[in-house]
Design a binder for this molecule. Structure first.
Ligand code: NAD
Ligand code: MG
Length: 398
C-alpha cells in the first residue's frame, strides 16, 4: 500500500478482462496504481500499456518477446523492469508491495501465478476460472494458508457473491442458501437448427450476442462448456454441491445469477452485460466505485426470458456436470481436453460438434483419480492434453 493508493498487478493485461481492468483503474485515479502488467506473448500491446500506466514491472511469459519489450522500453527511456516466464508472473503476483492481483490469464497457464498470489495473501480477483476448475482443492487451500481475500470476477459468481449476506468466506457454504441459479445467455447457437451446428465456423462461434470476450471463452460460451466450468467454479467458491446449482438460460444477460434462500426468497444481481461492473466491484469491495458501465434501462430491455438448458444441443454441459459429480481428477481432464479441442477448432482443424466428442473420449479414457498434489494435477493435465491431441490426430487420419 502506498498512502491510500492500492498497488495492483494485472495478469493477462492484454486480454479482454485485463483491458477492462485497466479502464476501471484509469477511471479512479488516486485510488489504484498499476504495479505490474503480465501477458503471454503480445509484447507490442504490453508496450502501449506500459506507456499509459508506467508500471514497475512488465512480464511476458515468452522470453523472446520479453527481450523485444525490454529493448523497446529502453529505447523510449521508460523505467519498467521486464521479467519473463511463469517465474516472472509468480514474482509480480506475490511481490510484497502488491495489494491486489487481477488473475485474468486464460486457461491453465494462469494456475501457478494465481496460486502464488493466493499463497502471498493478496486480494485475488479471480477471472481465470480454469485455475479453480483444475486445481480446486489446492487452490482453496492456498487461499486459506495465505490468508488471501478471494473475490469472484466471473459475472455470475460475482452476482452470487453480491447476493450473499455479509461475511462471505471463500469456500464456506452458507447454511441460509438453498440453491444457486447460474444464468447463461445460451451463446450464438441457442436457436440454431441442431443439424447446422456441425458446420459452424470459428468466426460464427466467437460472435457472442451480448459479451465481447477473448476467443477461447467465446467458443466455451458457444458450446456452453463455459457454464459447465462455471458450475464447477461455483461448487468451490460457495462450498455448494453440484446438485444444488441450476443452470438457467437467460438470453438477455441482464440477470447475472440468483441465490435462493431456505425461506424461499430469491435474490438476483442485475446490470448491463459489461465486465467492468464485476471488476469494479472486486477492486473496491465493500465500497463502490464508478465502472463506466451504462445505466440499466429495464423499460427498454422489455422482456427478460428464462428457460431450461438443452443438454442435447449442448453436450459439453452434461460432460461438465458429470465431471463435477465425479470430482477428483475429472475436472482436470475435462478442462485440459477442452483447451486442446477449442484451440484445434479455432485453428480450423476440428469441427464444432467434435469438441464435445473429444472431451468425452478423453474423460472415458483417463477416468478419475484423487490427485494428491499440485504436481499430480499438472501431470494429469499434461496427460489429458496429449490424449486429446492423439484422439484428434487419429480422427483426422480417419
Ligand atoms: P483473452 O484471450 O482476451 O486474454 C487472455 C490473456 O491471457 C492475454 O493477456 C494473454 O496474453 C494472456 N495469456 C495467454 N496465455 C498466457 C501464458 N501462457 N502466460 C501468460 N499470459 C498468458 O481472454 P479473456 O476473455 O480476457 O479471459 C481471461 C480469463 O477470464 C479467462 O479465464 C476467462 O474464462 C475469464 N473470464 C473472461 C470473461 C470475459 O468477459 N472476457 C468473463 C468471465 C471470465
Ligand atoms: Mg461468466
Amino acid at each position: 500500500m502506498n498512502g491510500d493508493c492500492l498497488q495492483v498487478t494485472v495478469l493477462g493485461s492484454t486480454g479482454s478482462i485485463g483491458d477492462s481492468t485497466l479502464d476501471v483503474i484509469a477511471r479512479n485515479p488516486g485510488r489504484y496504481r498499476v504495479f505490474a502488467l503480465g501477458c503471454g506473448s503480445r509484447w507490442q500491446e504490453l508496450l502501449a500499456q506500459c506507456r499509459a500506466h508506467l508500471p514497475r514491472y512488465a512480464v511476458v511469459a515468452d522470453p523472446a518477446a520479453a527481450s523485444r519489450l525490454r529493448a523497446a522500453l529502453r529505447a523510449e527511456n521508460l523505467a519498467v523492469d521486464v521479467l519473463d516466464g511463469t517465474t516472472g508472473l509468480e514474482a509480480v503476483a506475490a511481490h510484497p508491495d502488491v495489494d491486489v492481483v487481477m488473475a485474468a490469464i486464460v486457461g491453465a497457464a494462469g494456475l501457478m501465478p494465481t496460486i502464488a498470489a493466493a499463497r502471498a495473501g493478496k486480494r485475488v480477483l479471480l477471472a481465470n476460472k480454469e485455475a479453480l476448475v483444475m486445481a480446486g482443492r489446492f487452490f482453496m487451500d492456498a487461499v486459506a494458508a495465505g490468508g488471501a481475500t478471494l473475490l469472484p470476477i466471473d459475472s455470475e459468481h460475482n452476482a452470487i457473491f453480491q447476493c450473499l449476506p455479509g461475511g462471505y468466506r471463500a469456500g464456506d457454504r452458507s447454511p441460509l442458501v438453498q440453491r444457486l441459479l447460474l444464468t447463461a445467455s445460451g451463446g450464438p447457437f441457442r436457436a440454431l437448427a441442431p443439424a447446422a451446428l456441425a458446420g459452424v465456423t470459428p468466426e460464427q462461434a466467437v460472435a457472442h450476442p451480448n459479451w465481447v470476450m477473448g476467443r477461447k471463452i467465446s467458443v466455451d460460451s458457444a458450446t456452453m462448456m463455459n457454464k459447465g466450468l462455471e458450475l464447477i467454479e461455483a461448487c468451490w467458491l460457495f462450498g455448494m454441491p453440484a446438485e444444488r446449482i441450476e443452470v438457467l438460460i437467460h438470453p438477455q444477460s441482464v440477470v447475472h445469477s440468483l441465490v435462493e434462500f431456505v425461506d424461499g426468497s430469491v435474490l438476483a444481481q442485475l446490470g448491463n452485460p459489461d465486465m467492468r461492473v464485476p471488476i469494479a466491484c472486486g477492486l473496491a469491495w465493500p465500497e463502490r466505485i464508478p465502472s463506466g458501465a451504462t445505466s440499466l434501462d429495464l423499460a427498454r430491455a422489455a422482456a427478460l426470458a428464462f428457460e431450461p438448458p438443452d443438454f442435447e444441443r449442448f453436450p459439453c454441459l452434461g460432460l461438465a456436470l458429470q465431471a463435477a459429480r465425479t470430482g477428483g481428477s475429472a475436472p482436470v481432464v475435462l478442462n485440459a481436453a477442452n483447451e486442446i479441442a477449442v484451440q484445434e477448432f479455432l485453428d480450423g482443424r476440428l469441427g464444432f460438434t467434435r469438441i464435445a466428442a473429444v472431451i468425452g473420449g478423453v474423460l472415458d479414457r483417463l477416468g478419475s483419480v484423487e490427485p494428491e498434489s499440485l504436481d499430480e494435477v499438472k501431470a494429469i493435465d499434461a496427460e489429458a492434453r496429449a490424449s486429446a491431441s492423439c484422439l484428434i490426430d487419429a480422427e483426422r487420419r480417419g
